[in-house]
Design a binder for this molecule. Structure first.
Ligand code: 8YV
Length: 313
């Protein structure tokens, strides 16, 4: 029997492509020089779409693949998938929650420690021989025991908070609802901003949170604050963020996500007080294998007529 056609929107590791190819006929959209022509040619035989958090799926793609009744996302964030359009077409959407939570929280702390303790500069100081020539390096700033504020206390936000407990921090959060947790709740990022030394963004992306960390929130930050974002660039007013980095209100920033990835605003590269990362928070072999396996499990369940393991409501 012919294997069902699967549209693969973005590059996936070979181990995933091999596993998917056992069950599906793969159509690799990312290799196509002309996307529209590729979709026109293969769309009619495609019965499922495998996409990625940052690539999503738009209505034109859905319309080009009228037989596709599932979009499986390799990533937890489905903000780039047009969910109402999928719903209107009777297309199920799945994502990969939980399996990446701890890695993303690790990355938030990696960026926090790297910025506060100036790890990239430490590394350069040793490699360049400056240490041997000039002696001890300038002093950095402490992480443990500080006041951390987390925007969005979902799965990832809670994993960041658990790590913050280990660092003896006073923990605050902002979100839609107050949770039954021993952390201080603020109704908005702007309300939380003046009360923290470290400001971490971990809210889900999408229309509901676009610009949630607005200019008012950034201008309410304590001068000297450390700013970390591991969610989506869209959650933050990037112009205000850039101005705050220029003025020094934000003393240090650890950023894994940006507007317009991967062609981000070039000015970020000019900030000596920022540590930049290419949307890499879930980027470990272990987690990416788990994400690929969960995406495949969702696709298999769909074609076997079983309940989807992780549907997006
Ligand atoms: C990306 C992510 O999906 O899970 C998410 O929402 O942003 C990431 O895990 C990852 O880069 C795979 O493309």
């Amino acid at each position: 029997m012919d294997k069902p056609g699967l549209l693969v929107v973005g590059v996936l590791p070979d181990w995933d492509l091999e596993a998917l190819a056992r069950r599906f006929t793969l159509h690799l959209l990312y290799e196509a020089p002309d996307r529209a022509a590729f979709l026109a040619q293969h769309g009619p035989s495609i019965r499922a779409i495998a996409t990625k958090g940052e690539l999503g799926a738009d209505p034109a793609m859905m319309d080009a693949c009228p037989q596709a009744k599932i979009i499986a996302c390799y990533g937890v964030g489905v903000d780039a998938i047009d969910l109402p359009a999928a719903r209107a077409r009777g297309i199920a959407v799945t994502n990969t929650p939980d399996v990446l939570t701890e890695d993303v929280a690790d990355m938030a702390f990696a960026l926090l420690l790297a910025t506060a303790r100036e790890i990239p500069d430490c590394d350069a100081y040793v490699r360049s021989g400056t240490w041997a020539k000039q002696g001890p390096m300038r002093l950095a700033t402490r992480v443990w025991g500080k006041r951390i504020g987390i925007v969005g206390l979902g799965r990832i936000g809670r994993a960041i908070a658990r790590r913050a407990e280990g660092f003896g921090m006073a923990i605050a959060y902002s979100g839609r609802t107050k949770k039954d947790l021993p952390y201080t709740f603020h109704a908005s990022p702007a309300a939380m901003a003046p009360h923290v030394d470290i400001f971490v963004v971990s809210a889900a992306g999408g229309a509901a949170t676009a610009g949630l960390v607005d200019r008012a929130a950034i201008e309410a930050l304590n001068p000297g604050v450390i700013f970390v974002n591991v969610s989506r660039g869209s959650v933050v007013d990037e112009a205000a963020l850039i101005e705050a980095l220029q003025s020094g209100r934000i003393a240090r920033a650890g950023l894994d996500v940006f507007h317009n990835e991967p062609a981000i605003a070039p000015v970020f590269a000019s900030f000596p007080n920022a540590v930049l990362s290419p949307h890499q928070a879930s980027g470990t072999v272990e987690t990416r294998k788990a994400m690929g396996a969960l995406m495949l499990a969702n696709l298999e369940a769909h074609f076997d007529g079983r309940p989807l393991p992780t549907p997006v409501p």
